[in-house]
Design a protein around this ligand. Structure first.
Ligand SMILES: NC(=O)c1ccc[n+]([C@@H]2O[C@H](COP(=O)([O-])OP(=O)(O)OC[C@H]3O[C@@H](n4cnc5c(N)ncnc54)[C@H](OP(=O)(O)O)[C@@H]3O)[C@@H](O)[C@H]2O)c1
Length: 306
């Protein structure tokens, strides 16, 4: 891979992906939509436009080798998410239609999420599991349908990644754990805490996506995580130990009152993620092999974690 195009480069995941590509000296271009890129991205070429109407033909004079698609048209309520996902589906169809006109189309690596599998308690779930979307993916999955169809048709090279809970500064971890801890001086455990959670740090997620592009099987799906799933209860205990705070069980109805259904479903969601692509991870050394290591750094005296 010499040249990459990133869709969604201003986002939480996309911005780390840009860093990982630049660190590997890959010539990188980002499609910038409404928000500018995070600071420190001076080596990135930018194009401006929306997924909905960007003129893809303008790329034909110098095609990228890989398009990393981490752009998601989002909404703040179920209604707006459903509306956004419909537009996102049309935009993704338009992108695929263009790719199908090319003689040598670039590889597309599309970012989905493990919520697509639905909740499966303790059962190990690999990429052969059919979709049964839950929580935010109940609404957003619509946008993925043309990408999945294209992956199965084999007309163009497509790989889909399904990351687990992606952690890092600015993620759900900040919103639902750190903010709560700072305000209430307790560590929350949402619901009974028996649900299984798998994790991947945002830098690892970005690096693993590049590895999928370089070494992944053609037209396949890749679950992304760096450690075995743990219960939310164990995760909260780990936090409490490191923060030297006590645990507080927060009922799911409390979440339902403050946020929408998707959030309470996410904290009920239990998935023991696995993969049948373990071969490509044999040579991969994660930045953060466990969330415990990151938590120690985040809550430690010098707070030196990404
Ligand atoms: N965060 C997680 O924990 C997590 C876990 C698993 C999977 N995922 C998946 O990872 C993907 C990225 O997530 P994220 O957390 O990085 O999301 P994010 O921070 O909301 O980023 C979304 C990106 O999409 C861009 N975008 C939105 N509408 C666009 C349009 N019409 N045209 C072009 N670009 C557009 C945004 O740009 P503007 O801001 O400029 O509009 C932004 O750069 C999503 O598909 C998500 O489902 C995330």
């Amino acid at each position: 891979m010499n040249k990459a195009l990133v869709l969604g480069g201003s986002g939480f995941l996309g911005s780390h992906l840009l860093d990982e590509l630049i660190n590997r000296s890959i010539k990188t271009t980002a499609l910038v939509h409404k928000n500018t890129l995070f600071p420190g991205k001076q080596n990135i070429n930018t194009l401006t436009g929306s997924l909905t109407d960007f003129n893809w033909h303008t790329l034909e004079h110098e095609l990228p080798d890989v398009i990393f698609h981490s752009a998601r048209m989002g909404g703040h309520s179920e209604r707006t998410r459903i509306k956004a996902a419909k537009q996102n589906r049309q935009a993704n169809e338009r992108l695929i239609n263009w790719l199908e006109t090319l003689q040598n189309p670039p590889l597309m690596v599309f970012v989905s999420g493990s919520l697509v599998y639905g909740s499966h308690e303790k059962q190990r779930i690999d990429e052969t599991q059919p979709p049964s979307p839950i929580s935010f993916q109940r609404d957003y999955f619509e946008a993925e349908k043309p990408i999945l169809k294209s992956l199965h048709s084999g007309k163009i090279p497509v790989r889909i990644v399904r990351p687990s809970w992606i952690y890092g500064h600015g993620s759900w971890f900040q919103a639902f754990f750190l903010n709560y801890m700072n305000k209430k001086r307790k560590v929350p455990m949402y619901g009974k805490g028996n649900n299984l959670m798998s994790f991947v740090h945002v830098r690892d997620c970005a690096a693993m996506m590049i590895r999928v592009a370089q070494y992944g099987e053609e037209n396949a799906i890749f679950n992304l995580y760096t450690e075995s799933a743990v219960t939310q209860k164990n995760f909260s205990h780990l936090l409490a130990e490191n923060a030297k705070l006590s645990l507080k069980q927060v009922p799911l109805w409390w979440i339902s009152l403050r946020f929408d259904r998707a959030v309470s479903e996410a904290f009920r969601f239990s998935l023991n993620l696995s993969t049948h692509h373990s071969r490509i991870w044999e040579q991969y050394t994660p930045y953060y092999p466990s969330i415990g290591l990151w938590i120690q750094k985040v809550l430690g005296a010098n707070n030196k974690a990404d």
